[in-house]
Structures are given as C-alpha cells and as structure tokens.
Design a protein around this ligand. Sequence first.
Ligand SMILES: Cc1cc2nc3c(=O)[nH]c(=O)nc-3n(C[C@H](O)[C@H](O)[C@H](O)COP(=O)(O)O)c2cc1C
Length: 146
Amino acid sequence: MKTLIVYGTKSGASKECAEILGEKLSNSTIIDIDQEKPVLEGFTHIIVGAGVRNDKMYKPIRDFLKKSQTDLLSKTIACYLCNSKPKTTQEVIIASIPEAIREQAVEIVSFGGYKPSWVPISTDNKLKGIDLDKISEFAQNYLKHS
Ligand SMILES: Cc1cc2nc3c(=O)[nH]c(=O)nc-3n(C[C@H](O)[C@H](O)[C@H](O)COP(=O)(O)O)c2cc1C
C-alpha cells in the first residue's frame, strides 16, 4: 500500500489533517495541490482532501478530481473535507466530487474545520475545530482496504 495524500487548503486545517493521516498511514506521500502537480503513477491508494468555502471544496481540488477522474478510479480512493457547517456536508460533497468518484470512494468524511471568523494562529490551538477521532476512524477504515 503506497498512499498519496493530496490536499488543498487556505487556512491550514486540511494540511493539518493530511499530516495527521500521513503519520497514521505508513509509506505515504503528502502533496499540497497549490505547490505541486500530483503524479499518480506508482500509488495504489489516493486520499484527496480540501477545505470548503461557499459550499464547495476548493477549486484546484475540484479540478483535480474532475481531470484525473479516470486515473483516480483505478486506485483505492477516499476523500475528506474540512468545513465548519456539518449540516451542509452532504451538499458540499455532491457539488464538489464527481459522481463516479463518490460511488467508488471507500469513504468520504468531514473532519470539521475552523469557523470563518476564527483561524488559529498559534501552534497550541491549531487543531481546534478538527475532530481527531474522525481522522483516526478514517485511517483505520482506510487501512482495511490495503
Ligand atoms: C470565507 C469563508 C467561507 C467559508 N464558507 C464555508 C462554507 O460555505 N461551508 C462550510 O461548511 N464552511 C465554510 N467555511 C469554513 C471553512 O470550511 C473552514 O474554515 C475550513 O477549516 C477551511 O479549510 P482550510 O483551513 O483547509 O482552508 C468558510 C470559511 C471562510 C473563511
């Protein structure tokens, strides 16, 4: 199991989550979509995560999911999102993730996120709003598909 974690972030939550997942999933590589174009070759497992604004996951991640759909469907794929309005999670997923990927993904989970008015700046509280139990569950479940 060789895992690529691709994330998009504006205020850091999705990066934090990618790093926590990376610690739980051995043999994983983490890529910030704004810094590097993901190359999927050589990876059997892909996790794609992003923050949400205006009821959608960030555009670079939506574009990646759309453009790489065929390649992604040949992998064991899972997605996560960081958002602050849990009630709208399902709508965000439908608006952001192509149907074929939604159907094939082994899991699609919200890890929570920062309230729009409150983004942590110190390292002491940077996990505020993020549900660490959900990240652990997500990783445990994902490992069942190794
Ligand atoms: C301008 C702005 C708009 C946002 N819009 C939404 C939204 O539509 N739905 C939602 O659930 N959360 C929304 N949020 C909360 C973010 O999803 C949350 O802060 C999350 O942590 C962002 O991920 P990131 O830290 O990886 O960028 C918004 C936050 C900001 C600052």
